[in-house]
Design a protein around this ligand. Sequence first.
Ligand SMILES: Nc1ncnc2c1ncn2[C@@H]1O[C@H](COP(=O)(O)OP(=O)(O)O)[C@@H](O)[C@H]1O
Ligand SMILES: N[C@@H](CCOP(=O)(O)O)C(=O)O
Length: 295
Amino acid sequence: MRSLAAGTRVTVEAPATSANLGPGFDCFGLALDWRETVELEVLASGVRVDVTGEGSDVLPRDESHLVLRCVTEGLDDLGVRAPGLGLRGHNTIPHGRGLGSSSAAIVAGFVAARALAGVEPDARWVLRHANRVEGHPDNVAAAIHGGFVMAYGHGDDVAVVAGRVHPDLRAAVAVPEVAVETRAARRLLPAVVPHADAAADAGRAALLVHAVAEDPTLLHAGTQDWLHQRYREPAMPDAYALMARLRAAGFAAAISGAGPTVVVLGTERDLVGLEAAEPGTRFRRLGIGRPARAL
Ligand SMILES: Nc1ncnc2c1ncn2[C@@H]1O[C@H](COP(=O)(O)OP(=O)(O)O)[C@@H](O)[C@H]1O
Ligand SMILES: N[C@@H](CCOP(=O)(O)O)C(=O)O
C-alpha cells in the first residue's frame, strides 16, 4: 500500500442539495448555490479535527467524523494510506434540515480522497461509494454533478442522469430551527402505499422533469406528491402546514429531502410574493448549485 507524504493537502467544496422535490422520492436531487468547504491535510501521525459553523458544538473530533471516515474509506479503496489526517471544516449547511448536509460531507470526503491520492476525479466511483454510506442516492448524486439529477438503480448498482435546468429556475428555502434526522423521517414511511398514489406520483415526476427543463409554469403541478410527505407530517407539523398553505396560494412548494425545510421552486418572478404570503417566515433565495470539487 502506497503511503502519502505528510503535508499533502486539498480543499474541497460541496453544495447543499434538495432531494425529492415532491414526487421524485430517492431519485430527484437539486444542487443549491449554497456551499461549504473542508480542508484535508496528511499528517505524520494521528488525527486532528477543527470545525467551525454548523455542528461545531456536537461533531466528533476523532476518526469517527463523517468526512474523515469517507476519506479513509476512499484512500483504502485506492490502495493508499495516510499516516495521519488533519481536517478543518467550514460548515455552513445546517444539519438535519433536509438540505443534504450529510451528503455534502460524504461527497467531500470521497472527492478529497481521490485528490489526496493524486488520481483523476471519477464521478461514478464517488457516487458508488457515497451512495453506500448515505443509503439513498438523490442528494449525493446532486452534490456530485451539480444542477438537477435523476438517480436510479438498486442498492450498490446506482447511476445518474443529469437533467436540463431552465435558465430562470430558482429555489427559495424556509429552514426551521428544529432538526429532524433523516433516519427518523424514513422510519415514518409505510411499507405499502395505494396503487393510485404511486401512479399519480409517477405521472407528476415525469411532469416535473419537463417543468424543470422547459416550462416553469408547470412546477406547481409537477411538485405534487402523495407518496411520502404526508406520512412525515407528524415529525414536522409546522413545515407541513407551511408547505400546504404555500401550495394553496399557488407556490410550487415541497418538503426538501426528509424535511423539515420547505423548498419553493420557481422563476424569480414566481417567488416575489413569498414574504407577503407568509409574513412570519424567512425565505432564503438560491440559484442552482455547482458540482462538488477539489479547489
Ligand atoms: N460537515 C459535516 N461534518 C461531519 N458530519 C456531518 C456534516 N454534515 C452532516 N454531518 C452528519 O450528518 C448528520 C445529519 O444528517 P441527516 O440526518 O441525513 O440530515 P441532512 O438532511 O442535514 O443530511 C449530522 O447530524 C452529522 O452527524
Ligand atoms: N430521499 C431522501 C432524501 C433525504 O434528504 P436529506 O437532505 O433530508 O438527507 C428521503 O426523503 O429520505
